[in-house]
Design a protein around this ligand. Structure first.
Ligand SMILES: [Zn+2]
Length: 129
């Protein structure tokens, strides 16, 4: 069966899956990453959120959803599985924008995963939600 997931205004994903259970898993995973309905800080609607991917010069990747209004963000971790998967860092919740300086902010930006050589280089790309 063919299924489609509308992730953002600009992007949808299609998958060919053998059955309902695979469709369920596909949609569940997409919802974990793209299903955030509103900003957790100011409650701006989904169309005020954007996906943000940043890559450090050392090759570390950061994935988050950022609110265009209050600039709080919700971060995703990366599993150590092959292939790696994003997962919502629900324990951290929505965090205030990084303003530099103190040790707490520095630890919030600790590397999550070393980037593999095969990944595309799209450093700093911001995708409209
Ligand atoms: Zn907000």
């Amino acid at each position: 069966m063919k299924i489609r997931y509308n992730a953002t205004q600009a992007a949808s994903f299609e998958a060919e899956v053998p059955g309902v259970m695979d469709a369920f898993r596909f949609i569940s995973y997409c919802d974990d990453v793209f299903g955030i309905p509103e900003c957790g800080q100011c409650h701006a609607p989904k169309d005020e959120l954007r996906l943000v991917h940043r890559r450090t010069k050392e090759g570390y990747d950061y994935h988050s959803v950022e609110c265009k209004k209050c600039h709080y963000s919700f971060k995703f971790g990366v599993t150590q599985t092959n292939p790696p998967r994003l997962f919502p860092r629900t324990k951290d919740g929505w965090v205030e924008p990084y303003r530099g300086g103190n040790a707490k902010d520095a630890s919030d930006n600790a590397p999550q995963q070393q980037q593999s050589q095969s990944a595309p280089s799209d450093s700093g790309e911001q995708i409209p939600w």
